[in-house]
Design a protein around this ligand. Structure first.
Ligand SMILES: Cc1cc2nc3c(=O)[nH]c(=O)nc-3n(C[C@H](O)[C@H](O)[C@H](O)COP(=O)(O)OP(=O)(O)OC[C@H]3O[C@@H](n4cnc5c(N)ncnc54)[C@H](O)[C@@H]3O)c2cc1C
Length: 386
């Protein structure tokens, strides 16, 4: 085994150990109250796990995407929910790739220690949906400020974040050369803006996700908080999507592992008709199928990480990893429900909670149809469908 593989194994074991302090009861209580896992997030932050993608020169561990993926996979495989904080790992990528040196020095070291939380990502809007170029939130330059008006929806963790990465139109769509031009990215200091043009409203959902809708009413953002060049924000956001997709895929692999382990154990323990239900091929085969799907998805995650870390194009692999892993976790979730019979519905088994949680990844951060459209058009050369 190479030193790198050994390091990966060690970090996996250490994450598993940390997560053992946050068992099912912890997540169940939070789920019931729709409460944010502050203690868990603090523990991950203090252990330095969330700074993997921040280079050492800016105070991070610089371990890279494979390590970030391994960490999030282990979080999910332990039964925890990394969605509370996974964005702290990757949202800063836009700042890292496109920010000025002064911006990077001002923010990245504090993001690395967790002193600043950058885990709110304001892209989706109620009327635009997947069609990001149709966003209506505007940022208009007035002197040394931009004045922001509009609304975002599904802005997760906004109440648990100090900063938000915001995509807004700086040139009206009908005046831009292309519909994807004329959008810009800003780093919004939500602490300063709250009550001064920024309103956050939680959305209660079927999972404990701390998601919100946010409203901008003449919210002033200093011009120095523009990231990169005005009008190129859509490209900057796209640049960050591969890392996001790969990490979400790793989480889905972790979820699938959790469901498979849970189902396997139950299939051995549960006796019906005087024998373990796991003796029946009708129970064994779905577990074996889920295992195969999980392993195949994990290989695609590994491939995508490898390409990403070598700076090679990985759009197809990142999308395929996300889709295959989300399908594998959903297949495993359904199998785990079925294996548990009626007890799958009892909260104390955690199966129904994880079942609800993993369903999200068919829809966010990108829905399955859009991944298929991407592959059809950009990889297979089929005509654009929208
Ligand atoms: C819990 C949660 C957390 C989220 N967190 C964030 C966040 O932090 N930040 C953020 O910006 N967004 C976030 N999102 C938004 C998420 O990225 C979007 O919900 C997702 O991209 C889908 O967009 P939509 O909901 O507007 O669906 P729509 O765009 O309205 O699509 C609805 C359905 O139609 C399908 N569809 C649409 N167009 C086509 C087409 N051309 N061909 C085929 N099918 C099509 C879609 O696949 C989907 O199944 C979150 C969403 C949820 C539910």
């Amino acid at each position: 085994m190479s030193t790198r593989e050994q390091d990966l194994q060690e970090i996996r074991a250490a994450v598993g150990k940390l997560c053992a302090d946050y068992p099912g009861e912890y997540w169940r209580a939070l789920d019931r109250e729709r409460r944010y896992p502050t203690e868990f997030v603090r523990a991950l932050t203090e252990a330095g796990y969330l700074s993997c993608l921040i280079p050492e020169q800016y105070g991070g561990s610089g371990l890279g995407l494979s390590f970030a993926a391994a960490i999030l996979e282990e979080v999910q495989a332990s039964g925890a929910n990394g969605a509370a904080t996974h964005a702290q790992m990757y949202i800063m990528g836009t700042l890292l790739r496109h920010g000025t040196e002064a911006q990077k020095r001002a923010y990245l070291p504090k993001i690395a220690t967790g002193e600043l939380r950058l885990q709110a990502f304001g892209v989706t809007e109620p009327t635009a949906g997947t069609d990001t170029a149709s966003i209506r939130t505007t940022a208009v330059r007035r002197g040394d400020q931009y004045i922001v008006n509009g609304q975002k929806v599904w802005t997760s963790r906004a109440e648990h974040s100090d900063l938000m990465l915001l995509l807004a139109r700086t040139t009206p769509r009908d005046q831009a050369a292309k519909k994807t031009d004329g959008m810009s990215v800003f780093l919004v200091d939500m602490r300063a803006a709250l009550g001064h043009g920024l309103t956050i409203r939680p959305i209660r959902t079927m999972i404990n996700h701390s998601t919100t809708e946010v409203f901008f009413d003449n919210m002033a953002v200093p011009a120095e908080n523009l990231i990169g060049a005005e009008g190129r924000g859509f490209r900057y956001i796209l640049d960050g999507m591969n890392a996001e997709r790969i990490l979400i895929a790793a989480e889905c692999v972790g979820d699938a592992r959790w469901f498979i382990e849970k189902a396997k154990n139950y299939a051995v323990e549960r006796k019906v008709f005087g024998r373990a239900i796991g003796q029946n091929q009708g129970i064994q085969f779905p577990i074996a199928r889920a295992y195969m799907a999980m392993r195949a998805a994990a290989l695609m995650v590994e491939k995508a990480c490898d390409l990403y870390e070598h700076g090679r194009p990985c759009g197809a692999e990142a999308n395929m990893a996300k889709q295959l892993a989300a399908e594998a976790s959903w297949q495993a979730a359904d199998m785990c429900m079925q294996t548990h019979g009626g007890f799958a519905f009892a909260e104390e088994y955690d199966v129904e909670r994880k079942f609800r949680e993993t369903r999200l990844y068919q829809i966010a951060p990108i829905s399955t149809n859009l991944v298929l459209s991407y592959l059809a058009e950009h990889v297979l050369g089929l005509p654009r469908s929208y």
